[in-house]
Design a protein around this ligand. Structure first.
Ligand SMILES: Cc1cc2nc3c(=O)[nH]c(=O)nc-3n(C[C@H](O)[C@H](O)[C@H](O)COP(=O)(O)OP(=O)(O)OC[C@H]3O[C@@H](n4cnc5c(N)ncnc54)[C@H](O)[C@@H]3O)c2cc1C
Length: 313
């Protein structure tokens, strides 16, 4: 059914608060389970952190490892199906080289069946090689919204108790701090540049996360490449105007690794909603689903399936 076809006054049995990748993926999944769903959000599209992301499947800055591996594995499978079945959703599968920190198997290896340690890589060092989906946020967020029977309602929620619905799913990212008083949420600043591809291989994504104070990643989109980045804990009030010093550091790291990209097209910054443990649990009629850190796209489908299962119980 297309947006708007559910008659006015029809009972909404599930309200999802938040229209980032977590809220929209959850809403579509819950709707597929037979519920009537209304998404309510203070901001959509460009106004979300989800719009800024890389957005490569890779479990970065998300905990705890056991649950994250389970959600990440499911999301990877679901995104891979979309990549071949629905090109309009903006998902493609790339070859990824992730710089290896010695020969110890990384904690996320359980969610990557084709993981191989290669002695040399385009990064100039040993790396873990695997295939993984990459999402175009603009296409994917729009595609998800297009699956909803009811259009997203733009509204800031000040109390989850006051939200209509037999069940409410809280997918507000960093906004959850104000709604729940959750002091364990931590904003983690990230900045990326969109560059022309230049001589970069558009089928290959490169990442070096060994030193969190000097991250380097290069993630091809369909027509441009995302260069990053950084992961700096900060207050929620941090300005999202890209920092020129960080921009120069990102460009210098790319140069030092021999990445021959084209001119800079634009730059963006966002705040990752990190929590020592992703909060996915039911308390009464509210299901919380927030705190996915640097891995919202990597976990969205796995978490959405768990929310749908909690609603069935
Ligand atoms: C630079 C950068 C690069 C990244 N790269 C990747 C990557 O490569 N792969 C990956 O998997 N992840 C990546 N991430 C992380 C990813 O972007 C986040 O994990 C993800 O966007 C979190 O999604 P979310 O839906 O929880 O939050 P958001 O996208 O922030 O959405 C929150 C939603 O809740 C709404 N909201 C908040 N408070 C209220 C309220 N009180 N009332 C109503 N609505 C409210 C907001 O308006 C918004 O709609 C990156 C992040 C950054 C910053």
């Amino acid at each position: 059914m297309q947006g708007g076809l559910v008659p006015e006054g029809y009972a909404v049995d599930v309200t999802v608060v938040g229209a980032g990748v977590i809220g929209l993926t959850t809403a579509v999944e819950v709707q597929a389970g037979g519920h009537t769903v209304q998404v309510v959000a203070a901001g959509r599209g460009e106004a979300t952190t989800s719009f800024v992301a890389g957005a490569l499947w890779f479990p970065f800055r998300a905990d705890p490892p056991d649950r994250v591996n389970g959600w990440a594995r499911r999301s990877r499978e679901r995104l891979q199906v979309l990549a071949s079945a629905m090109p309009e959703a903006g998902v493609d599968v790339l070859t990824v080289y992730e710089a290896a920190d010695g020969a110890d198997t990384p904690w996320w290896a359980r969610s990557v069946p084709d993981l191989t340690l290669v002695p040399a890589s385009p990064l100039g060092c040993a790396a873990w090689r695997f295939r993984a989906p990459r999402v175009e946020p603009e296409l994917f967020l729009g595609w998800l919204e297009g699956q909803l029977q009811r259009p997203v309602q733009k509204r800031k929620v000040t109390s989850l108790d006051a939200v209509a619905g037999e069940a409410v799913v809280n997918c507000t990212g960093l906004g959850a701090r104000a709604l729940t008083g959750d002091a364990s949420l931590q904003a983690v600043y990230g900045q990326v540049l969109l560059v022309e591809p230049g001589e970069l291989d558009m089928s290959v994504s490169l990442g070096d996360e060994r030193d969190e104070s000097a991250l380097l990643y290069s993630i091809p989109r369909r027509r441009a490449v995302v260069l990053g980045g950084c992961a700096l804990p900060c207050p929620d009030t941090q300005s999202l105007l890209p920092d020129p010093v960080l921009r120069e550091l990102i460009l210098a790291r790319a140069r030092a690794s021999g990445l021959r990209h084209g001119p800079v097209l634009s730059e963006r910054a966002g705040l990752r909603p990190y929590r020592p443990s992703v909060r996915l649990e039911r308390t009464g009629r509210v299901i919380h689903n927030y705190g996915h850190g640097g891995a919202g796209y990597t976990l969205a489908y796995g978490c959405a399936e768990e929310v749908a299962a909690l609603l069935r119980r």
